[in-house]
Structure formats: C-alpha cells, structure tokens
Design a protein around this ligand. Structure first.
Ligand code: NDP
Length: 240
C-alpha cells in the first residue's frame, strides 16, 4: 500500500470552514493527518478536526490559535495558508478600504499564518508550508487589481521563504488554482461565468477537491520531498 506519509502529521489549514479550505481539511483527514483549521467564524464543527476561531489579519490572534493547536494536537508539521477574500471592482473604483482588506487577509494573513509555526519546524528539521495563490496573480484579471497584486506577492513570498527554509528541511510551495466552484466564484454573474468557462480548455470550473489533492501532494514528505519554491497550477489549462 502506498502512502503520502501524512498519517498522524499535525496540519493546520486557515479558512477551513468552507470552500477550498473545507475540502483540504476533509482530504487531509482521510489521509490520516491530525487536522486543525482556523476561520474567522466557525459555522459547524467538522468531525475529527480541531476548529479554532482566529483572524489571519491579526498576528496575536494567530499566535493564540497556534498555541491552542499545539497544546491539543502536538507540534505542527504542515501549514496551509488558504484564507482569502476578494473585493473586486474596476481600478478607478477600488477604494483604499478595498485595498487594505485584501492586503490584510491575502498577504499579511499569510505571514501571520506561517510565523507562529516556522521556528518549531526549523527546530524539528521538518515541515511543509503551502500557500494558496491564484491564476489571477499570474495572468491578471479585470476587476481584480488589488486581489491579483496580493496573489502575485504570495508567489514572491513563497519563492523567497523557500530559499531561507531549505537548510532546515522545511519546504514552502504555492498552489495557484484557476476558477473553482466555491462561494467566492458563486458571486460572479452567470453571463461572466459563461465567458470564463468558454476560455478554459476543460470547459468547466474546478472543484475544491481538485485543489485539495495538489495541496496534499505538496504537504507530503514522500511525494514532494525535493519540491520547494514552486507554484503548482491547477486550472484546467487556463494558463497565462
Ligand atoms: P471562500 O470565500 O469560499 O472561503 C474562504 C474562507 O476564508 C471562508 O471560510 C472565510 O470566512 C475565511 N476567511 C475570510 N477572511 C478570514 C480571516 N480574516 N481570517 C480567517 N479566515 C478568513 O473562498 P475559497 O474557498 O474559494 O478560497 C480559498 C482560497 O483559494 C483563497 O485564498 C482564494 O483567494 C483562493 N482561490 C480561490 C479561487 C476560486 O475560484 N474559488 C481561485 C484561486 C484562488 P467567512 O466565510 O467567515 O468570510
């Protein structure tokens, strides 16, 4: 029997309450990991996963969550920086608040998610961090100047941090999803959705589980042991 080697590994997923995060939590549980997830609001507990309310925009909140998780489950092996938001509008209509909100969650939030865990990973000489970027960060998207800027920044963060952490046997990678069927994309008007779908060679949006498998691969100390500083696109050939 082949295994991804995630059995009993403690893994934390931010924004795990719904959408892509919830699919990641579910798959990691099936793969035998000890899963904790955080969200700004926990709506329903997922059986077997440890849920903690925490706001990624606030470092103290994430530090407190990290302490609770490590006390309950033990030292953390894997971190998935998944929480993200959009505040879409044409560039001329983007307000300073639209910029701040998106930067605070999608960029600073990634830093606040990784910081509380990284020193422990260094000490133990093992760990894997996966950040959820986006196709928008690579190819740009109308109405998403603020969002795309944060998702491109996450790629820079991942590539730089991977160089720093390699000496400790800690890997850092990104997954760049294309358009995935979640609450986030349900807000897109049907006509726009049809147009986008026609541009995707697979002629459909992706499913959250299809992102979860890419994350599991990058977390795996067996399957991706020599992969770091990479961006794994999961977008049905909807490339740059
Ligand atoms: P959803 O909006 O469905 O889920 C995002 C989750 O993050 C929600 O549970 C949300 O909580 C939570 N969250 C929001 N703000 C915070 C915060 N400050 N602290 C903690 N949790 C927070 O999004 P998706 O599942 O679609 O997206 C997941 C990730 O994938 C994001 O980073 C997104 O940018 C990225 N992505 C998504 C794509 C898509 O097509 N769906 C494409 C490419 C990338 P609440 O519900 O309470 O707001």
């Amino acid at each position: 029997m082949v295994s991804l080697g995630l059995e009993d590994k403690v893994i934390v997923v931010t924004g795990g309450d719904r959408g892509i995060g919830a699919a990641i939590v579910a798959l990691l549980q099936e793969l035998g990991a000890k899963v904790a997830y955080t969200d700004i609001k926990i709506s329903e507990g997922k059986s077997g996963a440890f849920a903690v309310e925490a706001d990624v925009t606030n470092l103290a909140s994430m530090e407190a969550a990290a302490a609770k998780i490590e006390e309950k489950l033990g030292p953390v092996y894997g971190v998935v920086a998944n929480a993200g938001i959009t505040r879409d509008n044409f560039f001329t209509k983007l307000t300073p608040e639209d910029w701040d909100a998106v930067i605070n969650v999608n960029l600073k939030g990634v830093n606040h998610t990784i910081q509380p865990f990284i020193s422990g990973m260094y000490e133990r000489g093992q760990g894997s961090v996966v950040c959820i970027s986006s196709i928008s960060g690579e190819r740009g998207n109308v109405g998403q100047v603020n969002y795309a800027a944060t998702k491109a920044a996450v790629i820079g963060l991942v590539k730089s941090l991977a160089r720093e952490t390699a000496r400790y046997n800690v890997r850092v990678n990104a997954v760049a999803p294309g358009f995935i069927d979640t609450e986030m994309t349900r807000a897109i008007p049907d006509k726009v959705k049809e147009k986008i779908t026609a541009e995707i060679p697979f002629r459909r949006f992706g499913k959250p589980e299809e992102i979860a498998w890419a994350v599991a691969f990058l977390l795996s100390p067996i399957a991706s042991s020599y992969v770091t500083g990479e961006v794994l696109r999961v977008n049905g050939a909807h490339h740059t």
